[in-house]
Design a protein around this ligand. Structure first.
Ligand code: SF4
Length: 317
């Protein structure tokens, strides 16, 4: 794939100075790949009382899913209609089944197998992504997914959010940072790819703390990272907290500057799956600038050109 003129970053075929998931898919499949979000009707141990109640304080009532999906529809129907929708935007694109909402390994193994098997057998599914909590992984499910990963691409997405235990305790996440890093390490010995989520602007975190989270992810070196701005959404514990005692949130310019600095710290071969989230407009309380996703992404590109920088410029092994 041709590299664009004047872009020093090697993992790019556009003006991006970081390694986008689109670049990864284009290189691997020679075309666009769309991730189709699915809701398999799971819950979460941090909601049903087995680990905690109320969920992580930032989590929406949709379990941090991007869109409102109905688990009353069969998964096959959700996938087919979702892929059809994606193909209106990107004709002929390939599809990945993306189990996004809630904790998608939180069920007995035979139940999980019965949910995932049909997707591994379906030729219209090019890969499977599973978002979950690190404390809901087991050797059994990982061995099964590893076996399936011999046939088609499998990703596990783990919520880390921050490496600072004080922050994590305040978010009511109910599992340690260490367990996330332990599974990143363990998954490296499999064919499963790993993506880690971080959130910027969590309550009372300063810039240095957010940079430190990125440094530690860089060191652990999962295959990919998603970086989000904190969304204060309706029906979350954080919304109640924010409405009573508003705390400072990064503005767009601060966020763009921070993300550029974070990208500089990440290894060049780490895929950047996201640099913004997809809040549902009607659900979002703050900050409203996050709804202008394209502007945020364009501003990140512009800032990187202004600074003549790129992903990995300051990465220290
Ligand atoms: S672990 Fe995930 S689904 Fe569960 S409460 Fe936290 S963010 Fe929501």
């Amino acid at each position: 794939m041709n590299q664009i003129k004047n872009n020093p970053f090697p993992y790019s075929h556009t003006n991006k100075r970081y390694y986008t998931i689109d670049h990864y898919f284009q290189n691997k499949y020679g075309q666009k790949v769309a991730k189709v979000p699915l809701n398999a009707g799971f819950t979460c141990p941090n909601r049903d009382g087995s680990k905690g109640v109320g969920g992580c304080s930032f989590c929406s009532s949709y379990g941090s899913g991007d869109s409102i999906l109905s688990f009353h529809d069969t998964l096959k129907f959700q996938y087919e209609t979702g892929l059809e929708r994606m193909r209106q935007k990107w004709p002929g694109c390939l599809g990945f089944a993306y189990f996004q909402s809630y904790t998608n390994t939180y069920a007995p193994f035979p139940v999980l197998k019965s949910i995932y098997d049909p997707f591994f057998e379906d030729d219209s599914v090019s890969g499977v992504c599973i978002a979950t909590r690190a404390d809901c992984l087991s050797e059994e499910i990982v061995a099964y997914l590893d076996q399936q990963a011999q046939k088609k691409e499998v990703w596990i997405e783990l919520g880390l959010q921050s490496v600072h235990e004080k922050t994590i305790a305040s978010l009511n996440r109910q599992h340690s940072t260490q367990i996330v890093f332990d599974w990143i390490k363990r998954l490296k010995n499999t064919s499963i790819k790993t993506c880690v989520h971080l959130i910027n602007s969590l309550p009372y975190e300063n810039e240095e703390m957010m940079l430190e989270s990125v440094r530690q992810v860089a060191k652990a070196h999962p295959n990919a990272i998603k970086i989000h701005m904190l969304h204060i959404v309706k029906n979350s514990a954080l919304a109640t907290q924010y409405l009573i005692h508003p705390f400072a949130l990064l503005n767009k310019e601060e966020y763009v500057d921070l993300v550029v600095r974070q990208l500089e710290l990440l290894p060049q071969d780490m895929i950047i799956e996201r640099l913004t989230g997809d809040a549902i407009k009607e659900e979002l309380i703050a900050p409203s600038w996050t709804l202008k996703k394209t502007i945020v992404l364009n501003d990140i590109d512009k800032r990187m050109v202004e600074l003549q920088t790129f992903q990995g410029r300051l990465y220290a092994q």
